[in-house]
Ligand binder design. Sequence first.
Ligand SMILES: Cc1ncc(COP(=O)(O)O)c(C=O)c1O
Length: 394
Amino acid sequence: MKNFVQSDLLQSLPKQFFASLVEKVGRVIAQGHDVINLGQGNPDQPTPGHIVEALQKAAANPRYHKYSPFRGYHFLKEAVAAFYEREYNVKLDPEKEVAILFGGKAGLVEIPQCLVNPGDVVLVPDPGYPDYWSGIALARAKMEMMPLRAENGFLPDYKELPLNVAENAKLMFLNYPNNPTGAIATKEFFAETVSFAAKNDICVVHDFAYGAIGFDGQKPLSFLQTDGAKEVGIEIYTFSKTYNMAGWRVGFAVGNENVIEALNLLQDHLYVSIFGAIQEAAAHALLAPQDCVNELVELYESRRNVFIRALKDIGWDVTAPAGSFFAWLPVPKGFTSETFADLLLEKAHVVVAPGIGFGEYGEGYVRAGLLTSQERLEEAAERIAKLNLFHDKV
Ligand SMILES: Cc1ncc(COP(=O)(O)O)c(C=O)c1O
């Protein structure tokens, strides 16, 4: 067989750090161990029944067996606009300010292709979700990291960025509630973001994947609730987390009209839009009563409470996340995030994601997902307790 060599572009893509973790976990499972996997971000609950039923019904409609309109059905864009108005009091023009996406990831990877040229600077949170890096690499752009530090509530400090970096940047990714730190953004921070972006001509892409998941009665803010936000950016929303629809691959971008047009234009060349029945069920998810979302947030909150309590009880000095379904846990002295994650896997058969996989500033932490039952989360804490790592502190 002839060995076709991958293009320079493909070879320049960032290596998948977590692939080696998946391999290590597979090895431990193959040895017959009962592994508690808190390493991934895959929601464990099913899609609510009324949304599945909407899909089942719509799938039988011959209207949807044809190609969908290139830029998606108007009814879904209308539903998105109604959802933003109801949830955030943000008004959107459904045709000009909404783009339908094959999941949030697609939009995040597409956006650098839409707005930057080779060599342009893109600001990225560190630690941050690795898919931002992929789109930037595909666009042959240059990443500049914005450190997220615990003492700043895991919000970037724009004053810390060198002047030439701020001036040269064309695009910026933000993500609150944050993966991996669980932090949520403040109104003041978003206001500061709008003025920083306006001053430096930067397009802000706020990844609102965990928008529905805020704890202790806090509803996470949409970036578009900030005055002037539509002037400088967009927000990317997904059905994956809010409605447990990760496998359905549907999301949307909202905000700045020019950026939405750029996304739609790129997508005109890449795809025909999502299966119409999925679009109908997605519109139904947005417009139906939101009890399923409230119940899901309650579930994650009680898991968070149980897990954080259990970890504190074993002497681990951890902070409860304010949102998302991740806990960001400091690594005990003497370990790196990778050696600590390896230890938990080998000795406790508990999987966590090493912070270094999310960037340099992720070092010193591991990420645990709240995506299993309270019993399993408690058991994970019990298994970790047996390693006697935190005995000095109890
Ligand atoms: C921060 C963040 N953004 C975006 C996504 C992408 O979600 P999807 O492509 O399923 O919409 C995820 C999924 O894990 C995520 O954690």
